[in-house]
Design a protein around this ligand. Structure first.
Ligand code: GDP
Ligand code: MG
Length: 440
């Protein structure tokens, strides 16, 4: 997808303000990209209009191409639409604060109930009571009880033969009398939206008087997302959305669809089956997923701000001459850290989401950047200039001095050699683009 998008925008290489033609030419492709990401049709339509309004006539920043400018605007509108703050769960009410979970069967309600309860217990030291109102699926109440024991959160004792509303009342009373801070209601779902489900949810809502009503939805939900979110919001009224299975290969379109039609914040995302696989919502991550591209422009902007121009010139000169020593590598690593570490950089580059996972799997991470800098700073000036003189005894000393292992030092040296060779090959062209060119 990112290749496709870069392709689309390559045509737009003139400078100046974006013309209606520039923008129109790309809108058809943006629309296609959104549909491919599983954004609902009607949401795509309004989104494209918003982008068009903002883009036509917009000034193209000097240092970027009109194509990059359009990318930035698409990205910005996406972030605005998704909501630009992580909105945590509100406990701002008289205890016991009631939280009701709604959604279709298999969306992840029960799992998410336990995950949230664990989070509230761990982070807010809340005393939480969970109650399953799912009397349809055999063993649904037992499932919540098992998860409760796993995360160390109480569940309402199971009484056979009660209706969801009766259980809700019993839970509310128990929470009140026993001094719980939070009471969570896990409800039953259906495979699809129907009137009995909505009626049951409305009834439970009346009994439970929830402060938060969270719609739990699978990130894989495609064109159904709009109908799902609309129905629950209009009929029951939701206060937020939890998107589950973000770890699967969902393309993130559901987030944009549901947020657009309800205006309700996406509060949390589920990233796995484990009880701690629950994270705050970061719009930029979803935006990257939807468009399969990073915020190239902001990388360019931030790099320009952060990278010390003089330092970059010095490195560029050395690169031209094919000289790139370990001091230079250390400077580069420092600049990477300033840019927000590997995650920060990768997140902003197109198509780098996967690459980041691969790097992580290979043990490349921000901790490694720190350790590499520690290794280099444990070397003498002479060693940094001439890494070739590093033999076993020197290596042992450096590893001990930096609290690392000789293998890690060897890896660093190999990486440095590869970079130096690459720079010799790139010669002048690479030198001009400096640090950024290499990272991209
Ligand atoms: P419910 O019917 O809405 O209560 O759904 P459940 O909570 O029972 O979840 C259905 C299945 O989805 C279970 O096997 C969960 O482990 C799994 N599940 C829930 N959330 C996530 C998630 O964020 N990622 C993954 N990979 N699986 C999840
Ligand atoms: Mg359930």
């Amino acid at each position: 997808l990112s290749e496709k998008l870069s392709g689309i925008f390559e045509g737009l290489t003139r400078r100046g303000a974006l013309s209606a033609d520039d923008v129109n030419a790309s809108m058809r492709e943006v629309r296609r990209a959104l549909l491919e990401a599983d954004v609902s049709l009607e949401v795509v339509r309004t989104f494209v209009e918003k982008v068009r309004e903002r883009a036509v006539g917009a000034d193209v920043v000097k240092s970027v191409t009109p194509g990059q400018m359009v990318i930035k605007i698409v990205n910005d509108v996406l972030i605005d639409t998704l909501g630009d703050t992580a909105d945590p769960i509100s406990l701002d009410a008289a205890p016991p604060v009631a939280i009701m979970m709604v959604g279709l069967q298999g969306a992840g309600k029960t799992t998410t109930t336990a995950k949230i309860a664990k989070r509230l217990k761990d982070r807010h030291k809340s005393k939480v009571l969970m109650a399953s109102l799912d009397v349809k699926r055999p063993a649904a109440q037992e499932q919540l009880a098992i998860l409760g024991r796993q995360v160390g959160v109480d569940t309402l004792p199971i009484v056979a033969g009660q209706s969801p509303v009766q259980i809700a009342r019993r839970a509310e009373e128990a929470a009140r009398l026993q001094g719980y801070d939070v009471v969570m209601f896990d409800t039953a779902g259906r495979t699809h939206i129907d009137e009995p489900l909505m009626a049951e949810m409305a009834e439970i809502k009346t009994a439970a008087r929830p402060h938060e009503i969270l719609l739990v939805a699978d990130a894989l939900t495609g064109q159904d997302a709009v109908n799902l979110a609309k129905s629950f919001n209009e009929r029951v009224g939701i206060t937020g959305i939890v998107l589950t299975r973000i770890d699967g290969d969902g393309r993130g379109g559901a987030a944009l669809s549901m947020r657009s039609v309800t205006g309700k914040p996406i509060k949390l995302i589920g990233t796995g089956e484990k009880m701690d696989a629950l994270e705050d919502f970061h719009p930029q991550r979803i935006a990257n997923r939807i468009l399969g591209m990073g915020d190239i422009v902001s990388l360019v902007e931030r790099a320009a701000e952060t990278i010390d121009a003089k330092e970059a010139m010095k490195i560029a000169e050395k690169m031209k001459k094919g000289k790139f020593d370990l001091d230079d590598l250390s400077n580069q690593l420092a600049q990477m850290e300033k840019l927000g570490g590997l995650g920060g950089i990768m997140g902003m580059l197109p198509g780098m989401g996967k690459m980041k996972d691969q790097l992580a799997a290979a043990g490349m991470n921000d901790g490694m950047i720190k350790r590499q800098r520690a290794i280099i700073s444990s070397m003498t000036k002479l060693e940094r200039r001439n890494p070739d003189i590093l033999k076993n005894s020197r290596k042992k000393r450096i590893a001990a001095g930096s609290g690392t292992k000789v293998e890690e030092l060897n890896r660093l040296l190999k990486q440095h050699r590869q970079m130096a060779d690459m720079m010799k090959m790139m010669g002048g062209a690479g030198a001009k683009r400096g640090a950024l060119g290499k990272m991209a």
